[in-house]
Design a protein around this ligand. Structure first.
Ligand code: UT7
Length: 332
């Protein structure tokens, strides 16, 4: 039997309508547009501010668009993997809610959480499932409603994050395309530096956890920044080197959108001009698991069959990595 490769055959996305600008944020906390643009690179972010709507709402919109764009019958989908840190509920999974709402009843669905790195981990898993020959169509979602986890009195974290979702369809091909290689790593020593301290089984919700504002993103920014720059750059360089890739034959770097200075450092390490780096942090901020598929969604029309893409990511855990993919289709 010919070897099966996993290719992305379509991208769907969704960002909420409400735009939270730096001007509005600077009326909420002691900050300025100038500080945020220089230190982070976010101009505005989208916020899902309608009561009662969670991550599955955005994921559903993204997947519905994906199924329409790829003309996919929901009944032909074999599996749905959702990467998120802001699930609708502890259980059931957000993936199962999306599956149910969109009638993908011949599939099984599950969450894959690795914070901001979740979508890349999920893609690598989906690629292995496709390569096994047992799965023909897998929907891989990256979605986060970070506004549900951000403390809008904390100026160190609130400018960074935003809400959004995107999803890709992963299918088999025998052509020499698709998921080629990955290097994924985790270091559990990252726990104290990037964590939501309460709401889980260690510290279930209580008056104490509420009073001490423990249900929000806690981040020690400088430490996270250093680890992110080093690990994303090293992982990207390693994937490039072992696949014979360099600034001349890499078409796009697709980096996690956490800070424009981190993105620029990764590009510099590979001597890649910024025109070949996908950047949408200025519009959406850090949507955690959403950033990589949202970048594909934004840049889809500029992608061509055979393009060499290197993804790279970093998130809580710490989790990080890079992956090499040959893009599977021309603009439609
Ligand atoms: O997606 C998961 C991975 N996350 C990341 O990759 C995030 C990594 N970290 C970062 O992106 C950056 O560390 C931050 C954007 C979080 C912070 O930027 P920084 O350049 O590391 O700033 P800092 O924390 O070192 O603070 C510098 C100064 C401080 O003032 P002093 O102590 O020097 O007087 C802060 O109090 O900037 C101050 N500051 C602010 N000033 C205006 C911190 N936040 C703000 C703010 N507006 N929003």
């Amino acid at each position: 039997m010919e070897k099966l490769h996993a290719i992305i055959t379509g991208v769907g996305g969704y960002v909420p309508d409400y735009i939270l600008t730096n001007e509005e944020l600077s009326r909420m906390v002691d900050t300025t547009d100038e500080w945020i643009m220089t230190r982070i690179g976010v101009k505005e972010r989208r916020i899902l501010n309608e009561e009662g709507l969670g991550t599955s709402y955005m994921a559903r919109k993204a997947v519905r668009q994906l199924l329409e764009k790829t003309d996919t019958d929901p009944l032909t989908v074999d599996a749905v993997i959702c990467s998120t840190s802001t699930a609708d509920y502890h259980f059931p999974s957000t993936a199962s809610i999306v599956l149910g709402r969109l009638g993908m009843t011949n599939a099984h669905a599950f969450e894959m959480s690795a914070a901001c790195s979740g979508w890349l981990y999920a893609m690598d898993t989906a690629a292995c499932m496709i390569e096994s020959g047992r799965y023909k169509k897998i929907v891989v979602i990256g979605a986060d409603k970070m506004s549900s986890a951000v403390d809008y009195t904390d100026r160190q974290t609130c400018p960074i994050f935003g809400d959004g979702a995107a999803a890709v369809l992963v299918e088999p091909t025998t052509e020499d395309l698709g998921w080629k290689d990955s290097y994924l790593r985790t270091d559990g020593q990252g726990l104290p530096f990037l964590v939501m301290q309460a709401g889980g089984s260690v510290a279930p919700p209580s008056y104490f956890t509420m009073e001490h504002r423990m249900h929000y993103v806690h981040q020690e920014g400088r430490t996270v920044f250093k680890f992110a720059v080093t690990n994303m750059s090293d992982a990207t360089a390693l994937i490039a080197e072992r696949n014979g890739l360099n600034k001349d034959n890499i078409t796009w770097i697709v980096p996690h959108q956490a800070n424009i200075r981190i993105i620029e450092a990764v590009a510099k390490r590979l001597e890649m001009p910024m025109e070949k780096v996908m950047v949408n942090i200025q519009k959406y901020g850090n949507t955690s698991a959403g950033t990589l598929p949202l970048a594909l969604w934004d840049y889809e029309k500029q992608l061509h069959k055979g393009d060499n893409l290197i993804f790279t990511t970093f998130g809580a855990g710490f989790t990080w990595g890079a992956a090499y993919m040959k893009w599977g289709y021309d603009p439609k």
